[in-house]
Ligand binder design. Structure first.
Ligand SMILES: O=C(O)[C@@H](CO)OP(=O)(O)O
Ligand SMILES: [Mn+2]
Ligand SMILES: [Mn+2]
Length: 559
């Protein structure tokens, strides 16, 4: 039976009432780890989160937020916002992009699909361009997948290949970009030895070039366009390794923010602009930071910046990045078909939804939450509010970010009585954690905690229920550690700052005056993860969860 024939009607929960306002708060990048000076959540003053934990074993627990619990290939994979919010919103665990690409490459099916056949048409006369994040972080892309794709594309006819790299330093240690470029150069050399004209053509740091999201700053995408498509950039080098070494000589340089550069030949001519008749693949599997560049590459009508030239190319994404917009229209691997998410169920069952975050996380509580789908399920039942993020600064400069504004909008939505379900994401722990600035991250954690307090107070007033959790770890551990947990130091004796997410579990707290007496966490689901939250929230709205969902975390004990 197709899913459209399944009913959307949820059964009444036998013990739990309807009509309570439920606030769902996602602390982005807020894991649980042992306390020490690199645990910014521990160092920060966080009275609201502390009080949720203290003495409340029935209403506070940990959840798995990484690896197979959220559909990633292995339990060595750290969690991230995409898979975390997908699991939270969908209540089911789907094999995610990273895994699907692994399988398609291993079986060779990637080369038999419509997307590859489409770009292959250009291999005879045109160049194949590969654009994406160069690291083994596994959040947006993976180097090993790129290398397999390079090899496979060549075996299937690509004779001229240009790679446009985006340096990481966010999912991996800062300064590791050189290492990844060396590995890539090695592979390109092997291809050249076989007579393939394969080279790196341009580059730049992921946070400054190409990988913006949720339309926070189109200037980022434009810088990428200029380098990748037009072959224009403020820096020109004869090799990417030489270029990155040069750029990193600036003491403030950082892989995440390297300026755009193009590789030029002996005559200072860029070696790989994208021109009519070329094929382009964006090789990131994760959606949010590819949607904007996909629009620039695909849309005939486009007014976000002056593209100067709009080459007639064949473009495919590694995945389709937006299922609602069908963007891009060609892709190498089908994305996970995330269906029957909790948001869609709730609106079908009369629950009015308010969702809010600031720009840099706005799509997390809407697009990701709803299974990588943009827009409303039912605009008469939902309101999504985006608070504009600061632009043009690194978030350690303003670590409070928009936590207060988000909390106030959520408070107003709660007190208005117009919504049953109020959902927010607080970006601080994650966005400031990624900067590696420990002092600023401590301030960030405190700001997020203050926002939690505002929401809990509002829930008290309307006799509602709160659910506070996180999507993955980040701020709770800011240092790279050895196997025994000791901080690692570099050759100068400095600790190695960790800018990435972590493998730690995240807290889940429930409470509020609306929580029915006897509601408590079950004890039989010790290894539960983020996907168990959706059924729990649906129960708290007074419904039984759908059968296909991961089990609820709560039970109603005797009085
Ligand atoms: O910034 C991002 O793109 C990722 C890290 O690569 O973080 P998050 O998953 O929290 O959005
Ligand atoms: Mn996140
Ligand atoms: Mn993050």
């Amino acid at each position: 039976m197709g899913s459209s024939e399944l009913s959307w009607e949820l059964a009444d929960h036998p013990r739990l009432p309807k009509g309570k306002t439920v606030a769902v708060v996602i602390l982005d990048g807020w894991g649980e780890a042992d306390p020490d000076q690199f645990n910014c959540i521990h160092v920060a003053d966080t009275p609201a989160m502390d009080s949720l934990k203290k003495g409340a074993p029935e209403h506070w627990r940990l959840l798995r937020a990484h690896g197979t619990a959220v559909g990633l290939p292995t339990d060595d994979d750290m969690g991230n916002s995409e898979v975390g919010h997908n699991a939270l919103g969908a209540g089911q665990i789907y094999a995610q992009g990273a895994k699907l690409v692994d399988l398609a490459l291993a079986s060779g099916k990637i080369y038999e699909g419509e997307g590859f056949k489409y770009i292959k048409e250009c291999f005879n006369k045109g160049t194949l361009h590969l654009i994406g994040l160069l690291s083994d972080g596994g959040v947006h892309s993976r180097l090993d997948q790129l290398l397999l794709l390079l090899k496979g594309a060549n075996q299937h006819g690509a004779r001229r290949i240009r790679v446009h790299i985006l340096t990481d330093g966010r999912d991996v240690l800062d300064g590791t970009s050189i290492h990844f470029v060396e590995i890539l150069e090695n592979e390109l050399l092997k291809l050249r030895e076989k007579g393939v004209d394969a080279q790196i053509a341009s580059g730049g740091g992921r946070m400054y070039v190409t990988m913006d999201r949720y339309e926070n700053d189109w200037g980022v995408v434009k810088r990428g366009w200029d380098a990748q498509v037009l072959g224009e950039a403020p820096f020109k080098f004869q090799s990417a390794i030489e270029g990155i070494k040069k750029l990193r000589e600036d003491p403030k340089a950082n892989d995440q923010f390297l300026p755009p550069f193009v590789i030029v030949d002996d005559n200072s001519k860029p070696i790989g602009p994208i021109v009519d008749g070329d094929a382009v693949v964006t090789f990131n599997f994760r959606a949010d930071r590819m949607v904007m560049i996909a629009k620039a590459l695909e849309y005939e009508n486009f007014n976000k910046f002056d593209r100067v030239r709009f080459p007639k190319i064949r473009y495919a994404g590694m995945l389709q990045y937006d299922g609602e917009l069908k963007l891009p229209s060609h892709y190498l691997v089908s994305p996970p078909e995330i269906k029957r998410t909790s948001g869609e169920y709730l609106v079908h069952n009369g629950i009015k939804i308010f969702a809010c975050s600031e720009t840099v996380k706005f799509g997390h509580v809407t697009f990701f939450w709803n299974g990588n789908r943009s827009g409303y399920f039912d605009s008469s039942m939902e309101e999504y509010v985006e608070i504009p993020s600061d632009t043009g600064i690194s978030f350690n400069v303003q670590p409070e970010m928009k936590a207060l504004e988000i909390a106030e909008r959520a408070r107003d939505a709660i007190l208005s009585g117009n919504f049953h379900h109020v959902r927010i994401n607080l970006a601080n722990g994650d966005m400031v954690g990624h900067t590696g600035d420990i002092k600023a991250t401590v301030i960030a954690c405190r700001a997020a905690d203050e926002a939690v307090k505002i929401i809990i107070d509002a829930i008290e007033q309307v006799k509602g229920i709160y659910v506070v959790t996180a999507d993955h770890g980040n701020a709770e551990d800011m240092v790279k550690r050895d196997k025994s947990g000791q901080p690692l130091v570099d050759k100068d004796g400095n600790v190695q700052i960790l800018t990435s997410h972590t493998l730690h579990p995240v807290p889940l707290a429930i409470g509020g005056p609306g929580l029915a007496p006897g509601v408590r966490f079950r004890r039989d689901l010790q290894s539960a993860g983020l996907a168990n939250v959706a059924a729990t929230v649906i129960n708290l709205h007074g419904f039984e969860a759908p059968d296909e969902y991961e089990p609820t975390l709560i039970e109603v004990g005797g009085n």
